[in-house]
Ligand binder design. Structure first.
Ligand code: SF4
Ligand code: FES
Length: 284
């Protein structure tokens, strides 16, 4: 059986409804090998203090819900093993640069608002083609690789929490939105750069990034938003100088020529046997 270590969790508490000042609470958690910081928080909520507020969902670094400041570094609680922290105390605070709703839960609305402002979707010249597509837009493997890394963003907000520019200017779009702006501008199927770039090429926009690189260090998905921002700046300058590469028209796959026969869908895929009471009724 795995050895159990007693680890002290120091957790930021704040509840705007009870009027108490923000403070740190301490809990001792029995930790086994393989336990994540999120497991520790769920242990506390299940066994020690059911009022603790913390956000989580997938427990596998996919949904981006459990971003927190763990021992002073912004990270995902479900992706951080307690053992790897190599400390007897785990200090957990809400991620900086966001307003706190309760305990470890922050208001992520600014992240989503900034993300939306950059129009994070394919924009095509032919609106009818977009709204009534007949086939796929084709792309070569090289065209895909030009933006693929930046499309791994799970919108956890850790890069905004780490960014020193966001810390001093909440109007700055931040690494997440800027990386997504580049991701869509760089997509060979997209034609929306002329609409998208003005949303970030402005006072307090992308030029305020001073390449601290803290966003890329914090990003749990390897997106490297700092790189995306520099490439975005280069794209903007190239377009201003008329040096932008000519985009080839996006090839569209031919629509299927013969209609595929539809496979019959079985009405039921699982046979449900009668319950003992039903069997008795049928037999009687
Ligand atoms: S770029 Fe990375 S750190 Fe920033 S929101 Fe996306 S996944 Fe999270
Ligand atoms: S719970 Fe989904 S990323 Fe941690």
């Amino acid at each position: 059986m795995d050895a159990v270590r007693q680890i002290r969790f120091k957790i930021h508490r704040y509840n705007p409804e009870n009027g108490a000042a923000p403070h740190m609470d301490e809990f001792v958690v029995p930790v086994r090998r393989g336990m994540t910081v999120l497991d520790g928080l769920l242990y506390i909520r299940d066994n020690l203090d059911s009022t603790l507020a913390a956000r989580s969902s997938c427990r596998m670094a996919i949904c981006g819900s459990c971003a927190m400041l763990i021992n002073n570094f912004p990270q995902l609680a479900c992706h951080t093993q307690i053992e790897e922290l190599k400390a007897d105390t785990v200090e957990i605070k809400p991620v900086p640069n966001f307003d706190i709703i309760k305990d470890l839960v922050v208001d992520l609305s600014p992240l989503f608002e900034k993300h939306t402002t950059t129009r994070p979707y394919l924009i095509r010249p032919d609106v009818d083609e977009m709204e009534n597509p007949t086939a796929e837009f084709l792309q070569t493997p090289e065209e895909l690789e030009a933006y693929l890394q930046f499309s791994y963003c799970i919108k956890c907000g850790l890069c905004l929490a780490a960014c020193p520019t966001v810390a001093t200017d909440r109007a700055f779009p931040g690494p997440q939105a800027l990386a997504q702006c580049y991701r869509y501008c760089r997509d060979s199927r997209d034609d929306g750069a002329k609409e998208r770039l003005p949303t970030v090429d402005r006072d307090r926009g992308m030029w305020r990034c001073h390449l601290a690189g803290a966003c890329s260090e914090a990003c749990p998905k390897g997106v490297d938003p700092a790189l995306a921002i520099q490439l975005l700046k280069r794209l903007r300058v190239s377009r201003a100088l008329g040096l932008g590469r000519k985009r080839r028209p996006t090839p569209v796959a031919s629509p299927p020529t013969t209609s595929q026969p539809k496979l019959p869908v079985p009405e039921f895929t699982v046979e449900v046997s009668a319950s003992p009471a039903e069997k008795q009724e049928q037999e009687g």
